[in-house]
Write a protein that binds this ligand. Structure first.
Ligand code: AMP
Length: 307
């Protein structure tokens, strides 16, 4: 099984109530690829950077065995840049700056060796580019998952609706689900989204966990209550990386296995938020990950005998 991801590889400036980090390594594809590499070995990246991107970032990808044949490096150009500031509750943030830079002219080319990938993650990116990647696949992947954000709902609505038609699983946060449907109830919003294309929907609720929807089935996974939440940036992408990485690693697309994938996604996202950017996930060990999954199991397991 192989997993192809397209998305941003970026430089981020992040302000949280606990500090500020400037021009650190980020991007939707970065967080996704690093997280999914804990579950699956064949990860192929399609993205673009400028020559201002730190070599240490490239090293991180290589260290985790991520295939970079589809990563374009544009000489004399600047990488995608995003700046955001978190509110005191850390669940909401304001985007302070989005500089497309290399992304403005990005033409994603899926290398021939990537075109038969079994799983495809359309990470947060311009919807027209997400569609362009999908169109280059030789065969339709077994599972196409997509992430998006309010920025693209505001600036590229029609393209977003078009690519959504071809997606199996959509991941959005609660605010984005509401913006996408103009429904306050997340149940109503989920029903509407599942008429737009996706058969499965994950609604991420930050520190309040995540909901998985499919037809009339619903599953809820809490987020692990953490002592230290330092920087939530990338938690959503790490979640998606863990989720689809687990599915690719186990080769099982049943709803029951998706429930387990939600737990694995939540576990890796819980590490992402403990330090700025990719710092915590970069130093994560398999043993720490396993122990955290056990903490999730312990958190929600209880026995009730209904008489
Ligand atoms: P998340 O916190 O999971 O939503 O992901 C945050 C990451 O997404 C950051 O590292 C940013 O570089 C990246 N990002 C921010 N805005 C966009 C955008 N409009 N399109 C693609 N990626 C973005």
């Amino acid at each position: 099984m192989s997993l192809l991801v397209v998305g941003t590889v970026a430089l981020d400036t992040i302000e949280t109530p606990f500090g500020k980090a400037e021009r650190i390594i980020g991007g939707s594809a970065t967080h996704f690829a690093l997280a999914s590499s804990f579950f699956h070995k064949d990860i192929r990246l399609v993205s673009v950077i400028g020559d201002d991107f730190p070599p240490a970032g490239i090293e991180q990808f290589k260290k985790r065995g991520i295939n970079l044949e589809g990563l374009q490096i544009k000489k004399g150009e600047k990488s995608f840049f995003w700046a955001g500031r978190y509110h005191i509750d850390m669940n909401s943030r304001d985007t302070l700056d989005t500089q497309l830079n290399v992304l403005a002219t990005f033409d994603p080319v899926v290398p021939e060796s990537y075109r038969n990938a079994d799983f495809l993650m359309l990470g947060n990116l311009m919807p027209s580019l997400q569609k362009k990647v999908l169109d280059q696949m030789n065969i339709r992947p077994k599972l196409v998952m997509m992430d998006t954000m309010n920025f693209w709902m505001d600036t590229a609505w029609n393209d977003l609706m078009e690519v959504l038609k071809h997606v199996d699983v959509l991941t959005v946060n609660d605010e984005e689900a509401r913006q996408l449907t103009r429904e306050y109830s997340l149940i109503k919003a989920a029903k509407k989204i599942m008429t737009m294309g996706p058969k499965y929907l994950v609604i991420k609720k930050g520190e309040n966990g995540a909901l998985l929807f499919h037809e009339n089935q619903l599953f809820f996974a809490p987020a692990l209550p953490l002592e230290e939440v330092f920087d939530p940036t990338g938690a959503g992408d790490s979640f998606a990386g863990g989720f689809i990485g687990y599915l690719a690693g186990t080769r099982d697309l049943s709803f029951d296995n998706m429930k387990r994938a939600v737990i694995y996604g939540s576990a890796i996202a819980s590490f992402c938020v403990e330090k700025f950017g990719i710092e915590r996930v970069s130093e994560l060990t398999q043993q720490e990950l396993d122990e955290r999954v056990q903490e999730f199991i312990d958190l929600v397991q209880f026995d009730i005998d209904l008489v």
